[in-house]
Design a protein around this ligand. Structure first.
Ligand SMILES: Nc1nc2c(c(=O)[nH]1)N[C@H]1C(S)=C(S)[C@@H](COP(=O)(O)O)O[C@H]1N2
Ligand SMILES: [Mo]
Length: 231
């Protein structure tokens, strides 16, 4: 049996998951890959140019901060490292240290550039050899297996590269956002010991899964009925 990181439990299911606030917000574009680059580098867009990067396949484990882990997921996509070195670095004037990622559903997160440059960080567009579905981040998402799920942003819309650290989350819930959120060190939250949050978060899992499922089902039914009308 594989050893799990501290405080994690294996899950049979791989639910659509996130902060309840995002359950009812959906991406507009599920098929065409297109996102913006900006911040302290000149703005530009990335779409077909991704095809110039080598495609990589990766089997990795996924760890949500609320303690469920799904093992051996089969992703395919591009290394963030390749994206940065090949497509972004030519536009960089001053040394980049910090990255802010934004999603089509309004979700936002950040990581030090150093963490995203790990060889196992992907911009994934396929799971089990199929294009990503609505649940798991269509059309393209981050997979950073060494970091909790909340850094693995789905439906990427924009990636901003900065020379200095930025404030990304403010207000009451900002304590939930650890700047690195490394699974091996149980960096669950920015304040307080990780072990405490194991217990706090656990209680919310089932309700969150249900909320996300219901919202996605409604959304998919709506998509279907509008596509029928237009055909
Ligand atoms: N755009 C977006 N990305 C997101 C989230 C979200 O709600 N919206 N939730 C995060 C959290 S908390 C987790 S655990 C993972 C869940 O990924 P999954 O829905 O593919 O299981 O997505 C992360 N990325
Ligand atoms: Mo999560």
């Amino acid at each position: 049996m594989k050893a799990l990181p501290p405080g994690q439990k294996e899950s049979d299911i791989f639910p659509r998951f996130g902060l309840p606030k995002y359950a009812n917000r959906f991406p507009k574009e599920l098929k065409k890959i297109r996102f913006s680059i900006g911040g302290d580098v000149e703005d530009f867009k990335i779409s077909e140019d991704l095809n110039s990067l080598p495609r990589v396949n990766q089997i990795s484990d996924f760890h949500c901060v609320t303690t469920w882990s799904k093992l051996n997921l089969n992703w395919s996509g591009y290394k963030f490292n390749d994206l940065y070195r090949t497509l972004v670095l030519p536009k960089v004037k001053n040394e980049i240290t910090f990255v802010v990622l934004k999603a089509q559903d309004g979700y936002k997160t950040s990581l030090p550039l150093q963490d995203l440059m790990n060889q196992n960080v992907l911009l994934a567009d396929q799971l089990d050899n199929q294009p990503l579905n609505l649940e798991h981040g269509a059309p393209i998402r981050i997979i950073a297996p060494d970091h909790y799920g909340y850094k693995n942003i789905k439906h990427i819309d924009r990636i901003d590269f900065y020379t200095k650290k930025q404030i990304v989350k403010q207000g009451f819930l900002s304590f939930m956002d650890h700047p690195r959120a490394r699974v091996a060190y149980e960096e669950r939250a920015s304040k307080g010991p990780g072990i405490l949050f194991r217990w706090l978060y656990k209680f919310g899992i089932n309700g969150t899964i249900r909320d996300f499922e219901e919202a996605a089902n409604e959304y998919k039914a709506k998509l279907q009925s509008t596509s029928k009308k237009s055909s």
